[in-house]
Design a protein around this ligand. Structure first.
Ligand SMILES: [Zn+2]
Ligand SMILES: [Zn+2]
Length: 148
């Protein structure tokens, strides 16, 4: 596997708005949605549009500077931590926690000729705050949906 070297891109201009998006995401472990990031940037740059924020997030993602996480079926969430890790989402409030996972995960067998490029591990559960409010039997099991 080849590591992607940091390619200097002159096309990516560091505007104050982009710097603010990066500042908001730096060390942020709450996995904010584009809307939440927009609200944060909007406080400092009231004239910025949601499209600008969203496009900036997409270009940062393409540059490998953040992850776009699809664990939340309602909306994409963004993560400045690009090191391999898994996510655990509360099915009640949408809180996403980082969890450790083995660095190398391999499928147990795969169709001939297939090359595995990446792997995504998602867990669903109920956070302690919601567990206090909810009936315990509602806790969703990892990757298992029961029908009623
Ligand atoms: Zn919760
Ligand atoms: Zn994360």
């Amino acid at each position: 596997m080849k590591k992607r070297p940091g390619v200097p891109q002159s096309r990516f201009r560091m505007t104050p708005q982009r710097a603010e998006i990066l500042r908001l995401l730096e060390g942020n472990t709450s996995h904010p949605s584009a809307e939440e990031i927009y609200r944060g940037v909007h406080r400092k740059f009231p004239r910025i549009s949601f499209a600008t924020v969203y496009n900036t997030l997409q270009s940062l993602f393409r540059k490998g500077e953040l992850l776009e996480i699809r664990i939340d079926p309602k909306r994409s969430r963004f993560d400045p931590s690009t090191a391999p890790h898994a996510h655990l989402m509360c099915v009640k409030c949408g809180t996403i926690a980082d969890v450790r996972r083995p660095a190398k995960l391999k499928p147990l067998g795969k169709p001939a000729g297939f090359k595995v490029l990446s792997c995504n591990v998602e867990f669903y559960g109920v956070c302690p705050a919601c567990a206090g409010k909810a009936a315990p039997k509602e806790a969703a099991k990892c990757q298992k949906r029961t029908r009623k």
